[in-house]
Design a protein around this ligand. Structure first.
Ligand code: 5GP
Ligand code: MG
Ligand code: MG
Length: 185
């Protein structure tokens, strides 16, 4: 889909597929240096991080294991509740391991700060966060994020794994959802 085919429900393309991929390549080079000789376990947060994980993992020039967690998120709403529930836990025992959380987006930061603490409490050697997108002006808690793709404005975005009521995840670009779709102004 390109900007000529946005339709009525998407108001703008924020980052194209190409921009996302080339930024991910830069992030991968940083990650390779930081974890030289010591590949972390990549932990993706379902479902939004599926695209980031697939592209990042293949971009990395080391053998990396992947694991997945699912935590409660917004559902069909666009506001964070701050209540985090594990829907699917890790398969791996992360005791003594270096863990790199791979996320699609950080909005309030509530999910990630909770998740980071949760993984640290299991005895991981280190827990770092890599996110494709972040909304700095929406942060409600401080989260130490090691790798950020793009900082974006406080708008509800979809695509590249990100959904609205489970739609739009397979959109190749990241686009802004028109506020009338979710009852915003
Ligand atoms: P946080 O806890 O940082 O507020 O939000 C975490 C989760 O909320 C993200 O992983 C994502 O699932 C969802 N989220 C936050 N902002 C957006 C957005 O702009 N678009 C979509 N589709 N999901 C979002
Ligand atoms: Mg997510
Ligand atoms: Mg969602």
């Amino acid at each position: 889909m390109d900007s000529h085919q946005l339709g009525d429900n998407l108001s703008a393309i924020l980052h194209t597929e190409d921009e996302l991929r080339s930024r991910l390549a830069e992030m991968a080079r940083e990650i390779e240096v930081d974890y030289a000789g010591n590949p972390p376990l990549l932990v993706g947060v379902l479902k939004g991080a599926v695209m980031v994980m697939a592209d990042l993992a293949r971009e990395l020039r080391f053998h990396a294991q992947m694991d997945w967690m699912a935590v409660s998120s917004y559902g069909a709403s666009t506001k964070s509740s701050g209540v985090v529930r594990i829907l699917k836990d890790l398969d791996a025992d992360i005791t003594g391991r270096d863990v790199l959380i791979v996320e699609d987006i950080i909005d309030s930061g509530l999910t990630l700060s909770w998740l980071k603490e949760n993984l640290e409490s299991r005895g991981a050697k280190s827990v770092r966060i890599c996110t494709m997108l972040r909304k700095p002006e929406a942060l409600k808690v401080e989260v130490d994020v090691a790798y950020v793709g793009f900082d974006i404005p406080v708008e509800f975005v979809v695509g590249y794994g990100l959904d609205f009521a489970e739609d739009y995840r397979n959109l190749r670009d990241v686009a802004v959802l028109a506020p009338h779709v979710y009852g915003g102004e």
